[in-house]
Design a protein around this ligand. Structure first.
Ligand code: 3PY
Ligand code: MG
Length: 257
């Protein structure tokens, strides 16, 4: 099985996929993290990370060299970049701030070939990385390119069933930080708070009811374990900068103990 379809395949199993999260503008960082055996995936973050399109495109084969799928997060509304990343061999796309059915439809249109969407043809690196010729990739692409619509506002929560019902949206991905800002009416960042937890439980139930997948961001390993226990299919953990700081602090502590 190729790395391109590895995410879609893993999401069909009962075992949660733990993903690394990269925001540093260096493809090698994604390649290094991909070699960590416990990660089933690597997110490169173009929304809040320093990653630009070329860096994300260059990260994909380095992550694939470790046999892992790469899952970029695009900037808000940048659906044209979503198509480019799939052409480069990304295994799926996380789209932030999908608040309405119109947002979801625009996202699906850029990422799924007709008749589901309106993705344009040109999978230059996706063909060799997926091990398919043009006809084979065209047949399989909609099924192996996983679309995650981020649910992280009140509006999105309120319309979650309609967003989930959009053909071409395969999964939701919850952003607990933005959700906490929204649910507190802009008064707090409390991604572990009770109200956010209730919203997360609700969103997971709605995704299951729609027969779709659910991913979420976890700032810590403990929180990631909690989300995996709830039944999330994909849990992205921490960030490359946090991993570096934690590793540095731990080695320094050992050196000075
Ligand atoms: C959020 O928690 O809002 C996110 O977007 C996770 O990165
Ligand atoms: Mg967010």
């Amino acid at each position: 099985m190729s790395s391109v379809e590895a995410l879609a395949t893993a999401l069909r199993s009962e075992t949660p996929v733990f993903s690394a999260w990269c925001g540093l503008p260096e493809p090698a960082v994604a390649g290094i993290l991909a070699r960590e055996p416990g990660y089933g995936c690597v997110v490169v973050d173009m929304q809040h990370g320093m990653v630009d399109a070329l860096t994300a495109i260059r990260a994909i084969p380095l992550v694939a060299a470790a046999g892992k799928p790469c899952l970029p997060r695009i900037p808000v509304g940048d659906f044209a970049t979503a198509s480019r990343l799939l052409d480069a061999g990304a295994s799926g796309i996380i789209a932030p701030m999908i608040n309405t059915v119109e947002d979801a439809r625009a996202f699906a249109s850029a990422t799924k070939y007709p008749p589901v969407g309106g993705r344009s043809w040109g999978p230059h690196a996706a063909l060799p990385l997926s091990g398919r010729d043009g006809a084979g990739y065209f047949t399989d692409a909609n099924g192996i390119s996983v679309t995650f619509a981020m649910i992280e506002t009140r509006e999105a929560l309120g319309g979650i069933d309609d967003i989930l019902a959009v053909d071409g949206i395969d999964a939701i991905f919850i952003g607990p930080f933005d959700l906490s800002i929204a649910l507190s009416n802009g008064s707090a960042i409390a991604p572990d708070g009770d109200e956010v937890n209730r919203a997360i439980d609700h969103a997971l139930v709605r995704a299951r009811a729609a027969g779709k997948r659910a991913g979420i961001y976890a700032a810590s390993g403990e929180r990631a374990r909690h989300f995996a226990g709830l039944g999330f299919d994909l849990v992205a953990i921490g960030s490359d900068t946090a991993f570096m700081s934690a590793g540095a602090a731990s080695m320094l502590a050992a050196a000075t103990a």
